[in-house]
Write a protein that binds this ligand. Structure first.
Ligand SMILES: *[C@@H]1O[C@H](CO)[C@@H](O)[C@H](O)[C@H]1NC(C)=O
Length: 494
């Protein structure tokens, strides 16, 4: 350890000791001896804050949390500009985080930038009760097995149609291909045949306008400022709502019944008080759904591919599974067949463990709560703190995931089930508890449909080095293009 380092260490411990001393003194004067106060978490501030931020910028989130965790334990507060950000490290202490009632812990106003994107009638524009009812509508329309089964047919048609247009061989950017294909699947399964066939290009462009502007840094921070990005976002949203409202109206009066998600949201979605959904709610919900799946699914499908194509063992294992499928069912893939693809499911799950759609999950604390660490330390987390679950770090803990840096889908096999080792909150790529992603089952189906088709019909090779992660995006994705060469070749089954 060099001199500067020791100086920093000394200062850090000094600041810490001083902080603790001040806290104890404060505790005494404020509460006397009659109140037994639970300590608040240790604080990263002053010099240690500079160190923390420097490390975050140079080494990334995982290394930074690792470092703080080693020095401060599994609960610590980063304090800057009066903001208190408390990290809860490890799956053992996340029960209140994921399951506490919204009146005590919630997203607060962190996601308010989405209100001008999707309207005041849905998502973060409405109260908790209404929001949960709307989430129930999504689940009923999208991922309930009876509905999912219906969506799989059109999903597979889109996949087959898309890859039929590829040549005998060539070079493509996986990320771009998947983003197009997934948008086609969304239009078809969510919005229905008429939109998919007549207005795909228009909707695709408007959606791109909506989310590239709505999620730009300036719009996330200042969603209502009169900036050009916000104006473009608002224009795209109002055009999209016009289109969707028109469709909802024509569906409502023509008694035309389709099997897409839009139809379910119009016909089957009823609030507990018996009220049906309004036009504004239906259009807002459908936009939110498309948005929710767009980047996350593209990234997940691309990461799965990049990981499989870089690991011979895993690629052989999924190909072997596809061979068995072909022997059993030929080329006839449906809902039940996709459900059988367990190795492929584990491969997707493992890709998302290593590349979760959100590296950190945040909540706002509205009411003090206590956590007890694995080591038995208890802390009180006061209201006003923002709490963070570092998903990326937790999904790489070596006492839970053996050799966490190795892509090893079989860690999720029935025999190993490493995602159960740390309890219910061990695996959080789709969030957990109260806020589990409503589209999880749909997403798996979609990615399986795509990769099953590719594995059965093409030989693929990653021709660029394994992609880095683009941390500059709100939802991290593979950086740059992910170039792959392909050759059309049916999987040899003997
Ligand atoms: C919440 O925690 C803060 C900080 O520890 C403390 O000052 C306050 O009294 C607590 N509030 C309640 C209601 O316990």
């Amino acid at each position: 350890m060099d001199v500067t380092n020791s100086a920093v260490w000394f200062t850090v411990s000094f600041v810490l000791i001083a902080a603790i001393a001040i806290k104890i003194a404060k505790g005494r004067t404020m509460f006397g001896s009659s109140r037994c106060t639970m300590p608040t978490p240790p604080v990263v501030d002053g010099i240690s804050l500079i160190r923390f931020l420097h490390m975050l910028l140079t080494k990334g989130l995982r290394a930074t949390i690792h470092d703080q965790h080693k020095r401060m334990g599994s609960v610590f507060t980063v304090s800057f500009f009066g903001q208190k950000l408390t990290f809860l490290v490890g799956p053992e202490i996340l029960s209140h985080f994921y399951q506490g009632p919204d009146s005590e812990i919630s997203h607060g106003n962190m996601l308010d930038f989405m209100i001008p994107m999707f309207g005041k009638e849905v998502g973060y524009g409405v109260d908790f009760t209404t929001r949960y009812e709307q989430i129930r509508f999504y689940i009923d329309a999208l991922t309930r097995p009876s509905k999912l089964r219906v969506h799989v047919g059109p999903m597979i048609q889109e996949v087959e149609g898309y890859f039929a247009k590829w040549g005998q061989d060539g070079i493509i950017d996986l990320k771009h291909e998947f983003s197009m294909l997934l948008m086609l699947i969304s239009s078809r399964c969510l919005l229905g045949k008429e939109v998919r066939n007549k207005m795909f290009d228009e909707i695709h462009t408007l959606f791109h306008e909506l989310d590239s502007n709505g999620m730009s840094l300036s719009s996330v921070l200042f969603p209502y400022a009169p900036t050009p990005a916000n104006r473009r976002r608002d224009r795209a949203r109002s055009k999209l709502s016009e289109i969707f409202t028109e469709i909802v109206r024509s569906r409502r009066c023509s008694n035309q019944v389709e099997e897409d998600v839009l139809q379910n949201l119009i016909d089957d979605a009823k609030y507990k008080d018996g009220r049906s959904t309004t036009e504004g709610e239906v259009t807002g919900m459908i936009m939110l759904l498309i948005f929710g799946g767009k980047h996350t699914s593209t990234a997940a499908t691309t990461w799965t591919g990049a990981r499989l194509l870089s690991s011979e063992r895993s690629l052989t294992a999924v190909a072997e599974e596809q061979k068995q499928i072909v022997r059993k069912y030929g080329d006839h893939i449906d809902y039940n067949v996709l459900l059988e693809m367990e190795t492929l499911r584990c491969s997707i799950k493992e890709a998302l463990r290593m590349h979760p759609p959100a590296a950190v999950d945040f909540r706002k604390v509205h009411k003090n709560f206590t956590v007890e660490t694995k080591e038995g330390h208890k802390y009180e987390i006061p209201r006003g703190h923002t709490v963070a679950s570092p998903i990326l770090f937790n999904s790489n803990l070596p006492h839970i995931y053996k050799d966490p840096d190795v892509y090893d889908p079989s860690r999720f096999s029935r025999e190993r089930q490493e995602d159960k080792i740390g309890g219910k909150f061990t695996y959080a790529a789709f969030s957990c508890g109260r806020h589990t992603c409503a589209g999880e089952a749909y997403t798996y189906m979609q990615i399986k449909a795509i990769w099953s088709h590719l594995l059965r019909n093409f030989e693929l090779k990653l021709i660029y080095p394994f992609p880095e992660t683009d941390w500059g995006k709100l939802m991290p994705e593979p950086k740059g293009k992910v170039m792959v060469s392909y050759k059309r070749r049916p999987l040899p089954i003997n």
